[in-house]
Structures are given as C-alpha cells and as structure tokens.
Design a protein around this ligand. Structure first.
Ligand code: SIN
Ligand code: FE2
Length: 211
C-alpha cells in the first residue's frame, strides 16, 4: 500500500474545503514503472480537438473507459481507437494510491473506471476547461503527478472566476470535488526543466468515475 501517512510527508494542504493537495504522497518511481507498461499497450499520442487542432499534451488511458477527442467531439470510449482493443487495466499500484488520496479527501469508496494520462513536454500546456464528460459529477477527480513540476491553475465554475496556482511536483496527489468538481482548471505552459525520473517531461494521471 502507498504510505500516505508517513511522518516525513509534508502536511496535506487544503485550498478551501474542496481542493486537497497531498505533496510527496506516494512512491512515484514504482508507479512510473507500472505506467510504462500501460504505454506499451496503448501508446501516448497527440489527439486532435473537435476543431482539428493538435493537442499539445500527448495522451492515453487505462481502465474500462478512455477519454478520446476527434472530429466527432470529446467522449469516453471502451476501445482505444489507435489499437482497436480495450485500454489496459489501471495498474493496481496507481489505483491504490488514488483511492488513498480520495479517502483523505473524505471519499471512502472511490472506484475509478477511467485513468487519463497526459504527458507534457516543455512548452506543452492544457487550456482552461471543465472535466464534465463524466456521468456523475458528485464524485471527485484525483490526479497523480510525475516528473517536472507544473503550475496547475484552478478557479470556479465560471470561466471568469479568479484562479489560484498550485505547484504540482513528482509524487504529489491532488483531489478536487464538491464545489470544485466542475471548476475550470488549466496547466500553464511547461517551463524547460528537468527531473531525474522523466527528464524535461511531466506525466499526470487523472482518475475519474466516467461511466
Ligand atoms: C487534466 O486536467 O486533465 C490534467 C491536469 C493536470 O495536468 O494536472
Ligand atoms: Fe481536466
């Protein structure tokens, strides 16, 4: 089991009542090995937005449902369109970490069926969006970060609401739910940086109950 209760771990940081940041919450190196096995089955790829623009983060998924984007729109699919097969299972080590983070948030039962994985190279970003392709938005989203640090921005349910910045580093977990479940969020363009685990890149896994 990942140790979310170790004494060396910096304190959990609540941003308001509905965003929980858990710095250095898990053994990211072991989890990265499991992620590489996912990429062998369903490789990271650059998808296109419905408008035809290439997304700057490379993406793939694990779990019963994967998130895809193409000319027909954004949606979850049980089949990886690149391989024609089901997505790989969510690695147990990652699932256990995400569930432990959800528990800390107050969500005892968290059974994600989708793990969306993004890889950001230097300069890559994620523009402000809501995670709203999931059926039940009473369930929080959990993210696990790897590699280079990111400036994650999160605001409110209106695009114009002010945003705050949370720095997400290798081994950090983040949970957003309740009043923040449909909050607009973004990742600022990645600065050139380096982390021993992934060089200049960052990987994030976001766990959702989609179906
Ligand atoms: C996402 O919003 O899907 C990913 C967020 C992140 O990169 O931390
Ligand atoms: Fe998102």
């Amino acid at each position: 089991m990942p140790d979310l209760f170790s004494d060396q771990r910096p304190e959990a940081q609540w941003h308001g009542k509905d965003i929980l940041h858990l710095p250095n919450a898990f053994d990211a190196d072991a989890s990265l090995r499991a992620l590489k096995a996912v990429f062998d089955v369903s490789p990271l790829r650059h998808m296109k937005t419905p408008g035809g623009q290439q997304m700057s983060a490379a993406m793939t998924s694990a779990g019963a449902l994967g998130w895809i984007s193409d000319s027909q729109g954004y949606r979850y699919s049980p089949i990886d369109p690149l391989t024609g097969y089901a997505w790989p299972d969510i690695p147990p080590v990652l699932l256990a970490t995400a569930q432990a983070a959800a528990r800390r948030y107050g969500r005892a039962a968290f059974a994600p069926d989708a793990c969306l994985i993004n890889r950001y190279a230097p300069g890559a970003r994620l523009t402000a969006h809501q995670d709203r392709d999931e059926q039940d938005v009473s369930i929080p989203v959990v993210s696990l970060s790897f590699g280079a640090s990111a400036r994650f921005r999160i605001g409110g349910q209106d695009r114009a609401d002010p945003m705050e910045t949370i720095i997400l580093e290798h081994g950090d977990a983040l949970v957003f739910g309740r009043s923040k479940r449909l909050a607009y969020h973004a990742v600022m363009p990645m600065k050139p940086g380096a982390h021993p685990a992934l060089g200049p890149d960052r990987i994030v896994c976001t766990f959702r109950v989609a179906g």
